[in-house]
Design a protein around this ligand. Structure first.
Ligand SMILES: Cc1cc2nc3c(=O)[nH]c(=O)nc-3n(C[C@H](O)[C@H](O)[C@H](O)COP(=O)(O)OP(=O)(O)OC[C@H]3O[C@@H](n4cnc5c(N)ncnc54)[C@H](O)[C@@H]3O)c2cc1C
Length: 404
Protein backbone atom coordinates (compact mmCIF):
# COMPACT_ATOMS: atom_id res chain seq x y z
CA UNK A 1 0.00 0.00 0.00
CA UNK A 2 1.41 3.40 -1.00
CA UNK A 3 1.17 6.36 1.32
CA UNK A 4 -2.51 7.10 1.33
CA UNK A 5 -4.73 10.11 1.97
CA UNK A 6 -8.37 9.64 2.89
CA UNK A 7 -11.26 11.55 4.46
CA UNK A 8 -12.40 8.77 6.80
CA UNK A 9 -10.49 5.73 7.99
CA UNK A 10 -12.49 2.85 9.46
CA UNK A 11 -10.52 0.35 11.51
CA UNK A 12 -12.03 -3.16 11.51
CA UNK A 13 -13.65 -5.29 8.83
CA UNK A 14 -16.27 -6.95 11.01
CA UNK A 15 -19.99 -6.42 10.49
CA UNK A 16 -20.01 -3.11 12.38
CA UNK A 17 -17.07 -1.54 10.52
CA UNK A 18 -18.33 -2.78 7.15
CA UNK A 19 -21.94 -1.64 7.72
CA UNK A 20 -20.61 1.78 8.73
CA UNK A 21 -18.28 1.99 5.72
CA UNK A 22 -20.99 0.93 3.27
CA UNK A 23 -23.57 3.42 4.53
CA UNK A 24 -21.13 6.31 4.94
CA UNK A 25 -19.81 5.87 1.41
CA UNK A 26 -23.40 5.84 0.12
CA UNK A 27 -24.19 9.05 2.07
CA UNK A 28 -20.99 10.77 0.97
CA UNK A 29 -20.15 9.53 -2.53
CA UNK A 30 -17.61 12.31 -3.08
CA UNK A 31 -15.64 11.68 0.11
CA UNK A 32 -12.94 9.06 0.27
CA UNK A 33 -13.77 6.32 2.79
CA UNK A 34 -11.09 3.71 3.51
CA UNK A 35 -11.41 0.58 5.67
CA UNK A 36 -8.46 -1.37 7.03
CA UNK A 37 -8.65 -4.91 8.38
CA UNK A 38 -5.67 -6.68 9.94
CA UNK A 39 -6.76 -10.17 8.85
CA UNK A 40 -6.62 -11.60 5.33
CA UNK A 41 -10.43 -11.63 5.03
CA UNK A 42 -13.44 -9.78 6.44
CA UNK A 43 -15.45 -11.16 9.38
CA UNK A 44 -12.54 -13.25 10.63
CA UNK A 45 -13.28 -12.56 14.30
CA UNK A 46 -16.62 -12.20 16.14
CA UNK A 47 -18.62 -11.56 12.97
CA UNK A 48 -17.59 -14.90 11.49
CA UNK A 49 -17.77 -16.98 14.68
CA UNK A 50 -21.25 -16.33 16.00
CA UNK A 51 -24.54 -18.25 16.27
CA UNK A 52 -25.95 -16.91 13.02
CA UNK A 53 -29.17 -15.71 14.62
CA UNK A 54 -31.18 -12.74 13.48
CA UNK A 55 -32.55 -11.82 16.90
CA UNK A 56 -36.05 -10.41 17.32
CA UNK A 57 -35.19 -7.94 20.14
CA UNK A 58 -36.99 -9.39 23.17
CA UNK A 59 -34.44 -9.23 25.99
CA UNK A 60 -33.20 -5.68 25.92
CA UNK A 61 -34.06 -2.76 28.18
CA UNK A 62 -36.85 -0.76 26.49
CA UNK A 63 -35.47 2.46 25.02
CA UNK A 64 -31.88 1.16 24.94
CA UNK A 65 -29.85 1.24 21.74
CA UNK A 66 -29.88 -2.58 21.79
CA UNK A 67 -33.70 -2.69 21.88
CA UNK A 68 -34.13 -0.09 19.13
CA UNK A 69 -31.35 -1.27 16.84
CA UNK A 70 -32.18 -4.96 17.18
CA UNK A 71 -35.87 -4.66 16.32
CA UNK A 72 -35.16 -2.29 13.41
CA UNK A 73 -32.00 -4.19 12.47
CA UNK A 74 -33.85 -7.50 12.18
CA UNK A 75 -36.20 -5.94 9.63
CA UNK A 76 -33.49 -3.99 7.79
CA UNK A 77 -31.11 -6.94 7.55
CA UNK A 78 -33.85 -9.28 6.30
CA UNK A 79 -34.61 -6.73 3.55
CA UNK A 80 -30.91 -6.39 2.71
CA UNK A 81 -30.60 -10.18 2.45
CA UNK A 82 -33.67 -10.43 0.26
CA UNK A 83 -32.30 -7.73 -2.04
CA UNK A 84 -28.93 -9.47 -2.38
CA UNK A 85 -30.29 -13.02 -2.38
CA UNK A 86 -28.67 -14.12 0.89
CA UNK A 87 -30.84 -16.89 2.38
CA UNK A 88 -32.66 -16.09 5.64
CA UNK A 89 -34.45 -18.95 7.35
CA UNK A 90 -37.40 -17.76 9.46
CA UNK A 91 -37.37 -20.72 11.85
CA UNK A 92 -38.74 -18.80 14.88
CA UNK A 93 -37.66 -19.12 18.48
CA UNK A 94 -39.18 -20.60 21.63
CA UNK A 95 -38.03 -19.44 25.06
CA UNK A 96 -38.90 -22.18 27.50
CA UNK A 97 -39.80 -21.89 31.19
CA UNK A 98 -40.10 -24.80 33.57
CA UNK A 99 -39.98 -23.49 37.15
CA UNK A 100 -42.35 -20.92 38.73
CA UNK A 101 -39.48 -18.44 38.84
CA UNK A 102 -38.79 -18.93 35.13
CA UNK A 103 -42.49 -18.55 34.32
CA UNK A 104 -42.55 -15.21 36.18
CA UNK A 105 -39.44 -14.09 34.26
CA UNK A 106 -40.99 -15.23 30.99
CA UNK A 107 -43.97 -12.96 31.67
CA UNK A 108 -41.62 -10.02 32.26
CA UNK A 109 -39.82 -10.88 29.02
CA UNK A 110 -43.11 -10.93 27.13
CA UNK A 111 -43.97 -7.44 28.39
CA UNK A 112 -40.49 -6.21 27.57
CA UNK A 113 -40.50 -7.65 24.05
CA UNK A 114 -43.92 -6.16 23.36
CA UNK A 115 -42.74 -2.77 24.66
CA UNK A 116 -39.72 -3.03 22.35
CA UNK A 117 -42.07 -3.49 19.39
CA UNK A 118 -41.15 -7.11 18.62
CA UNK A 119 -43.87 -8.18 16.20
CA UNK A 120 -46.15 -11.21 16.68
CA UNK A 121 -44.73 -12.26 20.04
CA UNK A 122 -47.01 -14.67 21.90
CA UNK A 123 -47.23 -17.21 24.70
CA UNK A 124 -47.83 -20.71 23.34
CA UNK A 125 -50.37 -23.17 24.65
CA UNK A 126 -48.93 -26.60 25.50
CA UNK A 127 -50.50 -28.01 22.33
CA UNK A 128 -48.91 -25.29 20.18
CA UNK A 129 -45.49 -25.85 21.80
CA UNK A 130 -45.82 -29.60 21.16
CA UNK A 131 -46.60 -28.87 17.54
CA UNK A 132 -43.74 -26.38 17.00
CA UNK A 133 -41.09 -28.21 19.05
CA UNK A 134 -42.34 -31.74 19.89
CA UNK A 135 -39.18 -32.67 21.82
CA UNK A 136 -39.03 -29.63 24.10
CA UNK A 137 -39.94 -29.85 27.77
CA UNK A 138 -41.65 -26.68 28.94
CA UNK A 139 -44.44 -25.60 31.26
CA UNK A 140 -44.72 -22.33 29.42
CA UNK A 141 -43.06 -20.94 26.29
CA UNK A 142 -42.79 -17.62 24.51
CA UNK A 143 -42.71 -17.71 20.73
CA UNK A 144 -40.94 -15.16 18.50
CA UNK A 145 -41.72 -16.07 14.88
CA UNK A 146 -39.38 -13.39 13.45
CA UNK A 147 -36.20 -14.83 14.95
CA UNK A 148 -34.28 -16.22 12.00
CA UNK A 149 -31.01 -17.71 10.75
CA UNK A 150 -28.49 -16.16 8.40
CA UNK A 151 -24.86 -16.70 7.39
CA UNK A 152 -23.16 -13.56 8.74
CA UNK A 153 -19.98 -14.23 6.73
CA UNK A 154 -22.05 -13.84 3.56
CA UNK A 155 -23.63 -10.67 4.95
CA UNK A 156 -20.18 -9.21 5.73
CA UNK A 157 -18.87 -10.08 2.27
CA UNK A 158 -21.88 -8.37 0.69
CA UNK A 159 -21.43 -5.24 2.85
CA UNK A 160 -17.80 -5.15 1.65
CA UNK A 161 -18.80 -5.58 -2.00
CA UNK A 162 -21.46 -2.84 -1.86
CA UNK A 163 -18.97 -0.52 -0.10
CA UNK A 164 -16.34 -1.09 -2.76
CA UNK A 165 -18.85 -0.74 -5.62
CA UNK A 166 -19.84 2.65 -4.18
CA UNK A 167 -16.18 3.75 -4.42
CA UNK A 168 -14.92 2.67 -0.98
CA UNK A 169 -11.38 1.39 -0.57
CA UNK A 170 -10.57 -1.66 1.52
CA UNK A 171 -7.13 -2.87 2.58
CA UNK A 172 -6.86 -6.34 4.10
CA UNK A 173 -3.72 -7.49 5.99
CA UNK A 174 -3.40 -3.92 7.23
CA UNK A 175 -3.08 -3.43 10.97
CA UNK A 176 -3.56 -0.13 12.80
CA UNK A 177 -0.44 0.24 14.93
CA UNK A 178 -0.22 3.85 16.11
CA UNK A 179 -1.32 7.38 15.32
CA UNK A 180 -0.09 10.95 15.61
CA UNK A 181 -2.44 13.91 15.27
CA UNK A 182 -1.73 17.49 14.16
CA UNK A 183 -3.90 20.34 12.88
CA UNK A 184 -7.10 18.36 12.65
CA UNK A 185 -5.58 15.44 10.76
CA UNK A 186 -4.28 12.05 11.84
CA UNK A 187 -1.30 10.13 10.54
CA UNK A 188 -1.98 6.44 11.11
CA UNK A 189 0.90 3.99 11.03
CA UNK A 190 0.01 0.48 9.83
CA UNK A 191 2.18 -2.55 9.09
CA UNK A 192 1.61 -1.80 5.38
CA UNK A 193 2.29 1.93 5.22
CA UNK A 194 0.97 5.23 6.55
CA UNK A 195 -2.48 6.74 6.07
CA UNK A 196 -3.38 10.40 6.45
CA UNK A 197 -7.02 10.94 7.46
CA UNK A 198 -9.43 13.53 8.80
CA UNK A 199 -11.58 11.16 10.84
CA UNK A 200 -10.97 7.71 12.35
CA UNK A 201 -13.79 5.30 13.17
CA UNK A 202 -12.70 2.61 15.58
CA UNK A 203 -14.68 -0.62 14.99
CA UNK A 204 -11.95 -2.98 16.16
CA UNK A 205 -14.16 -5.30 18.24
CA UNK A 206 -11.96 -7.29 20.63
CA UNK A 207 -9.26 -4.59 20.37
CA UNK A 208 -11.38 -1.41 20.41
CA UNK A 209 -10.29 -0.32 23.91
CA UNK A 210 -6.60 -0.71 23.00
CA UNK A 211 -7.05 1.42 19.89
CA UNK A 212 -9.01 4.08 21.82
CA UNK A 213 -6.16 4.28 24.34
CA UNK A 214 -3.60 4.55 21.52
CA UNK A 215 -5.58 7.60 20.40
CA UNK A 216 -5.31 9.16 23.86
CA UNK A 217 -8.91 8.35 24.86
CA UNK A 218 -9.72 6.73 28.21
CA UNK A 219 -12.62 4.41 27.29
CA UNK A 220 -13.50 3.84 31.00
CA UNK A 221 -13.93 0.15 30.32
CA UNK A 222 -11.87 -2.83 29.32
CA UNK A 223 -12.59 -5.58 26.84
CA UNK A 224 -12.52 -8.95 28.61
CA UNK A 225 -12.63 -11.83 26.13
CA UNK A 226 -15.01 -14.73 26.82
CA UNK A 227 -14.78 -17.85 24.68
CA UNK A 228 -18.07 -19.39 23.58
CA UNK A 229 -17.72 -23.11 22.82
CA UNK A 230 -20.30 -25.03 20.79
CA UNK A 231 -21.12 -28.65 20.26
CA UNK A 232 -23.16 -29.89 17.31
CA UNK A 233 -25.87 -32.52 17.33
CA UNK A 234 -24.93 -35.59 15.32
CA UNK A 235 -26.87 -35.83 12.06
CA UNK A 236 -29.27 -38.56 13.18
CA UNK A 237 -30.43 -36.43 16.15
CA UNK A 238 -30.95 -33.10 14.37
CA UNK A 239 -34.65 -33.86 14.08
CA UNK A 240 -34.96 -33.18 17.83
CA UNK A 241 -34.77 -29.47 17.02
CA UNK A 242 -36.90 -27.50 14.54
CA UNK A 243 -36.09 -23.88 15.37
CA UNK A 244 -34.25 -21.86 17.99
CA UNK A 245 -34.72 -23.22 21.52
CA UNK A 246 -33.60 -20.98 24.40
CA UNK A 247 -33.90 -21.02 28.19
CA UNK A 248 -35.25 -18.02 30.11
CA UNK A 249 -32.24 -15.80 30.94
CA UNK A 250 -31.16 -15.87 34.58
CA UNK A 251 -30.49 -12.26 35.63
CA UNK A 252 -27.99 -13.41 38.28
CA UNK A 253 -25.69 -14.82 35.55
CA UNK A 254 -23.59 -12.62 33.28
CA UNK A 255 -24.40 -14.52 30.05
CA UNK A 256 -27.38 -16.31 28.56
CA UNK A 257 -27.19 -20.06 29.21
CA UNK A 258 -26.52 -22.59 26.43
CA UNK A 259 -29.24 -23.03 23.82
CA UNK A 260 -29.99 -24.90 20.57
CA UNK A 261 -29.55 -23.17 17.25
CA UNK A 262 -30.08 -24.67 13.80
CA UNK A 263 -27.73 -23.28 11.15
CA UNK A 264 -28.48 -22.22 7.57
CA UNK A 265 -26.69 -25.30 6.25
CA UNK A 266 -28.86 -27.74 8.19
CA UNK A 267 -26.69 -28.50 11.24
CA UNK A 268 -27.77 -27.88 14.85
CA UNK A 269 -25.40 -26.00 17.18
CA UNK A 270 -25.60 -26.40 20.94
CA UNK A 271 -24.07 -23.61 23.02
CA UNK A 272 -22.28 -21.32 23.39
CA UNK A 273 -20.98 -21.42 26.96
CA UNK A 274 -18.91 -18.48 28.28
CA UNK A 275 -15.40 -19.21 29.55
CA UNK A 276 -12.80 -16.55 30.30
CA UNK A 277 -10.30 -16.51 27.41
CA UNK A 278 -6.61 -15.93 28.06
CA UNK A 279 -6.13 -14.35 24.63
CA UNK A 280 -8.39 -11.83 22.87
CA UNK A 281 -8.53 -14.01 19.79
CA UNK A 282 -8.11 -17.23 21.77
CA UNK A 283 -10.33 -19.72 19.98
CA UNK A 284 -8.58 -22.76 21.47
CA UNK A 285 -8.21 -23.53 25.19
CA UNK A 286 -4.43 -23.58 24.76
CA UNK A 287 -4.27 -20.07 23.21
CA UNK A 288 -2.51 -17.64 25.52
CA UNK A 289 -1.19 -14.10 25.26
CA UNK A 290 0.68 -12.41 28.09
CA UNK A 291 -0.36 -8.99 26.79
CA UNK A 292 -4.06 -9.89 26.66
CA UNK A 293 -4.14 -11.91 29.88
CA UNK A 294 -2.11 -9.18 31.62
CA UNK A 295 -4.65 -6.61 30.42
CA UNK A 296 -7.45 -8.69 32.00
CA UNK A 297 -5.85 -9.45 35.36
CA UNK A 298 -4.39 -5.98 35.87
CA UNK A 299 -7.86 -4.48 35.62
CA UNK A 300 -9.68 -3.99 38.95
CA UNK A 301 -13.04 -4.40 37.17
CA UNK A 302 -12.11 -7.98 36.27
CA UNK A 303 -11.59 -8.88 39.95
CA UNK A 304 -14.92 -7.34 40.99
CA UNK A 305 -16.60 -9.33 38.20
CA UNK A 306 -14.75 -12.52 39.18
CA UNK A 307 -15.64 -12.14 42.88
CA UNK A 308 -19.32 -11.69 42.08
CA UNK A 309 -19.43 -14.63 39.67
CA UNK A 310 -16.95 -17.08 41.20
CA UNK A 311 -19.47 -19.96 41.46
CA UNK A 312 -20.78 -19.43 37.93
CA UNK A 313 -17.20 -19.18 36.58
CA UNK A 314 -16.16 -22.48 38.19
CA UNK A 315 -19.33 -24.23 36.94
CA UNK A 316 -18.64 -22.91 33.46
CA UNK A 317 -15.08 -24.31 33.46
CA UNK A 318 -16.44 -27.66 34.71
CA UNK A 319 -19.04 -27.69 31.92
CA UNK A 320 -16.40 -26.74 29.36
CA UNK A 321 -14.28 -29.74 30.39
CA UNK A 322 -17.08 -32.33 30.80
CA UNK A 323 -19.42 -33.10 27.93
CA UNK A 324 -21.84 -34.87 30.31
CA UNK A 325 -22.40 -31.59 32.20
CA UNK A 326 -22.92 -29.73 28.90
CA UNK A 327 -25.45 -32.38 27.83
CA UNK A 328 -27.28 -32.05 31.17
CA UNK A 329 -27.76 -28.30 30.56
CA UNK A 330 -29.28 -29.06 27.16
CA UNK A 331 -31.56 -31.72 28.68
CA UNK A 332 -33.36 -28.94 30.57
CA UNK A 333 -34.59 -27.85 27.14
CA UNK A 334 -34.74 -31.16 25.25
CA UNK A 335 -34.61 -34.14 27.67
CA UNK A 336 -33.87 -36.66 24.90
CA UNK A 337 -30.43 -35.18 24.13
CA UNK A 338 -27.63 -37.47 25.39
CA UNK A 339 -23.92 -36.80 25.55
CA UNK A 340 -23.43 -39.36 22.75
CA UNK A 341 -25.46 -37.03 20.51
CA UNK A 342 -22.86 -34.24 20.75
CA UNK A 343 -19.67 -33.64 18.78
CA UNK A 344 -17.37 -30.61 19.25
CA UNK A 345 -18.33 -27.62 17.12
CA UNK A 346 -16.82 -24.20 16.46
CA UNK A 347 -15.87 -21.53 18.99
CA UNK A 348 -16.23 -17.77 19.10
CA UNK A 349 -14.78 -15.10 21.39
CA UNK A 350 -17.04 -12.35 22.73
CA UNK A 351 -15.62 -8.86 23.24
CA UNK A 352 -17.31 -8.02 26.52
CA UNK A 353 -16.77 -4.50 27.84
CA UNK A 354 -16.48 -4.38 31.64
CA UNK A 355 -16.44 -1.18 33.70
CA UNK A 356 -14.04 -0.51 36.56
CA UNK A 357 -16.62 -1.76 39.15
CA UNK A 358 -16.91 -5.11 37.38
CA UNK A 359 -20.27 -4.47 35.69
CA UNK A 360 -20.75 -5.82 32.18
CA UNK A 361 -21.49 -2.82 29.98
CA UNK A 362 -24.96 -3.75 28.83
CA UNK A 363 -25.90 -1.38 26.04
CA UNK A 364 -24.04 -0.66 22.82
CA UNK A 365 -21.55 2.13 23.53
CA UNK A 366 -20.41 4.60 20.89
CA UNK A 367 -18.27 7.56 21.94
CA UNK A 368 -16.74 10.50 20.16
CA UNK A 369 -13.40 12.18 20.72
CA UNK A 370 -11.57 14.85 18.70
CA UNK A 371 -11.15 13.43 15.21
CA UNK A 372 -12.58 10.02 16.06
CA UNK A 373 -15.63 7.89 16.77
CA UNK A 374 -15.21 4.74 18.84
CA UNK A 375 -17.54 1.73 18.94
CA UNK A 376 -16.60 0.52 22.41
CA UNK A 377 -19.23 -2.10 23.11
CA UNK A 378 -20.97 -4.05 20.38
CA UNK A 379 -21.76 -7.52 21.75
CA UNK A 380 -24.77 -9.61 20.72
CA UNK A 381 -27.16 -8.61 19.13
CA UNK A 382 -24.69 -6.42 17.20
CA UNK A 383 -24.69 -8.71 14.16
CA UNK A 384 -28.49 -8.42 13.89
CA UNK A 385 -28.21 -4.68 14.59
CA UNK A 386 -25.21 -4.07 12.33
CA UNK A 387 -27.07 -1.98 9.74
CA UNK A 388 -28.55 0.24 12.46
CA UNK A 389 -25.27 0.64 14.40
CA UNK A 390 -23.55 1.38 11.08
CA UNK A 391 -26.18 3.97 10.14
CA UNK A 392 -25.95 5.62 13.57
CA UNK A 393 -22.15 5.86 13.34
CA UNK A 394 -22.23 6.93 9.68
CA UNK A 395 -24.66 9.75 10.57
CA UNK A 396 -22.26 10.98 13.26
CA UNK A 397 -19.35 10.76 10.81
CA UNK A 398 -21.34 12.56 8.13
CA UNK A 399 -21.93 15.51 10.49
CA UNK A 400 -18.28 15.55 11.51
CA UNK A 401 -16.78 15.57 8.02
CA UNK A 402 -19.25 18.18 6.82
CA UNK A 403 -18.64 20.40 9.85
CA UNK A 404 -14.83 20.14 10.01
C1 LIG B 1 -20.02 -16.79 20.22
C2 LIG B 1 -20.79 -15.61 19.71
C3 LIG B 1 -22.12 -15.77 19.28
C4 LIG B 1 -22.83 -14.66 18.82
N1 LIG B 1 -24.07 -14.84 18.28
C5 LIG B 1 -24.73 -13.77 17.73
C6 LIG B 1 -25.96 -13.96 17.06
O1 LIG B 1 -26.41 -15.07 16.87
N2 LIG B 1 -26.62 -12.86 16.62
C7 LIG B 1 -26.13 -11.59 16.80
O2 LIG B 1 -26.80 -10.63 16.41
N3 LIG B 1 -24.93 -11.39 17.39
C8 LIG B 1 -24.21 -12.46 17.83
N4 LIG B 1 -22.97 -12.29 18.38
C9 LIG B 1 -22.41 -10.95 18.44
C10 LIG B 1 -21.85 -10.49 17.10
O3 LIG B 1 -21.23 -11.52 16.37
C11 LIG B 1 -20.85 -9.37 17.36
O4 LIG B 1 -21.42 -8.49 18.27
C12 LIG B 1 -20.49 -8.63 16.08
O5 LIG B 1 -20.01 -9.54 15.12
C13 LIG B 1 -19.46 -7.57 16.38
O6 LIG B 1 -18.99 -7.06 15.15
P1 LIG B 1 -17.74 -6.10 15.16
O7 LIG B 1 -17.56 -5.64 13.77
O8 LIG B 1 -17.94 -5.06 16.23
O9 LIG B 1 -16.52 -6.97 15.68
P2 LIG B 1 -15.61 -8.03 14.92
O10 LIG B 1 -16.40 -8.93 14.07
O11 LIG B 1 -14.77 -8.68 15.98
O12 LIG B 1 -14.72 -7.15 13.98
C14 LIG B 1 -13.67 -6.34 14.43
C15 LIG B 1 -12.60 -6.38 13.37
O13 LIG B 1 -11.57 -5.47 13.70
C16 LIG B 1 -10.34 -6.03 13.26
N5 LIG B 1 -9.24 -5.39 13.98
C17 LIG B 1 -8.99 -5.45 15.31
N6 LIG B 1 -7.87 -4.76 15.59
C18 LIG B 1 -7.42 -4.22 14.43
C19 LIG B 1 -6.30 -3.40 14.09
N7 LIG B 1 -5.41 -3.01 14.99
N8 LIG B 1 -6.15 -3.04 12.79
C20 LIG B 1 -7.04 -3.44 11.83
N9 LIG B 1 -8.11 -4.24 12.11
C21 LIG B 1 -8.30 -4.61 13.39
C22 LIG B 1 -10.50 -7.50 13.62
O14 LIG B 1 -9.59 -8.32 12.92
C23 LIG B 1 -11.95 -7.75 13.26
O15 LIG B 1 -12.10 -8.24 11.94
C24 LIG B 1 -22.23 -13.37 18.82
C25 LIG B 1 -20.90 -13.23 19.24
C26 LIG B 1 -20.18 -14.33 19.63
C27 LIG B 1 -18.74 -14.17 20.00
Amino acid sequence: MDDLKTDVLIVGGGLVGLATAMQLQQMQPRKKVTLIEKDHKVAAQQSGHNSGVLHAGIYYEPGSLKARFCVEGNRALAEFCERFEIPVIRCGKVIVANTDQEIARLETLTTRGTENGVPDLRILSNEELAEIEPHVKGNKALYAPHSALVDYKKVAEKYAAVFQNAGGVMHLNTKFESVTSTEGRHRVVTNAGEIDTQLIINCAGLHCDVIARKMGVDPKLRIIPFRGEYYQLIESRRSLVNGLIYPVPDPSLPFLDVHLTPTVDGAVDAGPNAVLATKREGYRRSDFSWADFGSTISYPGFWFLAARNLGAGISEINRSLRISVFAKSLQRLVPEIRKEDLVPGHTGVRAQAVDSRGNLVDDFRIEESPGAIHVLNAPSPAATSSLMIGKHVANKADLRINAD
